[in-house]
Design a protein around this ligand. Structure first.
Ligand code: ATP
Length: 307
């Protein structure tokens, strides 16, 4: 058995996010294009002689122990498989927190994948994804990674071809938002038809490797909530566009905003501008990154849910 493992837990952005309706059980039915980015949290997992599960992070405002989603993921497999060894998990956060980038979900996903290997549990990817659902709607996607269409409450996943290569500038403003509150304030039934992004068109553009088609269809209905209460989101989008972005959008429930660039030099210059000339007044974290895809999966349309 492996005693120590280093894992990369990658963040995501939404190239498109539509809310179809609010279900009777209170959950929102969504249709989203998900994309993994190269920005990751580093997780070190160690099997120890000291019994018990320990989870800690490097940030004072991210919970340690039971409140951490990675803890809940580990506990789930410990209970199911009767694991008796001690487990020590240290998370070094890089992904902005409470920022629409699935930071907690991806840490939980990495722990499920890592424990499966460390304790030789023999679970398939699909079986791991199933165990991720009760932890959070984004956890199965964070196990799958890459470019995907997410439907249902986000757990019904269809793999898409890897989105065309480009450069991404990620900007986390000073504010943080709660996903629950944003969805709570959304009036899905009051959205006008033109406010819904063309998710099917975006999927087609991705399959055709048409970057302009993807950029032309960027859209997120949750901007109608978050950007109204936080005008800095619109300001950052404008600044990205003024500094060479081909398109800009808020990710998830926000407040992280990303800009898409064809030219790396322009992306690097925008990054410098937003970091040095706008932070810390407007921006808290700024990253130059890109899409993370497993190119071996090119062309495969893999369904990861039962219809
Ligand atoms: P999503 O896009 O999935 O809604 P998010 O990116 O907006 O998520 P997270 O970074 O997952 O938000 O953080 C949401 C809350 O979850 C935080 O305020 C934090 O208290 C809690 N949390 C629990 N575990 C973690 C973790 N491992 N990393 C970050 N936050 C965590």
């Amino acid at each position: 058995m492996t005693d120590r493992m280093e894992l990369k837990a990658y963040g995501k952005i939404n190239l498109g996010l539509d809310v179809i309706r609010k279900r009777e059980d209170g959950y929102h039915e969504v249709k989203m294009v998900m994309q993994t980015v190269s920005l990751y949290d580093k997780i070190v997992m160690e099997r120890t002689d000291k019994p018990g599960l320990y989870v800690e992070t490097n940030l004072p405002y991210v919970p340690n122990g039971k409140e951490n989603l990675a803890y809940r993921a580990a506990q789930k497999l410990i209970d199911e498989f009767g694991i008796r060894d001690g487990l020590d998990i240290k998370i070094r956060k890089m992904i902005p927190v409470a920022a629409g980038m699935a930071g907690g979900s991806t840490d939980a996903a990495a722990v499920l994948v890592g424990m499966n290997r460390m304790f030789r549990l023999g679970l398939s990817k699909r079986e791991l994804m199933k165990r991720g659902v009760p932890l959070g709607a984004d956890v199965p996607y964070c196990i799958m990674r890459g470019t995907a269409l997410a439907e249902g409450i986000g757990e019904k996943l269809t793999r898409l071809s890897p989105a065309p290569v480009c450069h991404i500038v990620l900007v986390k403003p000073q504010i943080s938002v709660s996903t629950k509150e944003v969805y709570g304030q959304l009036r899905a039934d009051a959205l006008k038809p033109e406010q819904h992004p063309d998710i099917d068109g975006m999927c087609r553009a991705i399959e055709e490797q048409d970057l302009d088609g993807v950029i032309g269809r960027l859209g997120n209905v949750l901007e109608t909530v978050t950007a109204i209460s936080h005008p800095e989101i619109t300001t950052i989008k404008r600044l990205l566009m003024e500094h060479g972005a081909e398109g800009a959008l808020m990710s998830g429930s926000g407040p992280t905003v990303f800009g898409i660039y064809k030219d790396r030099e322009k992306a690097a210059e925008a990054c410098r501008f937003l970091k040095e000339e706008c932070g810390p007044r407007l921006t808290r974290q700024v990253f130059l990154t890109g899409f993370f895809n497993n190119r071996k999966l090119d062309g495969q349309r893999e369904k990861c849910h039962e219809k």
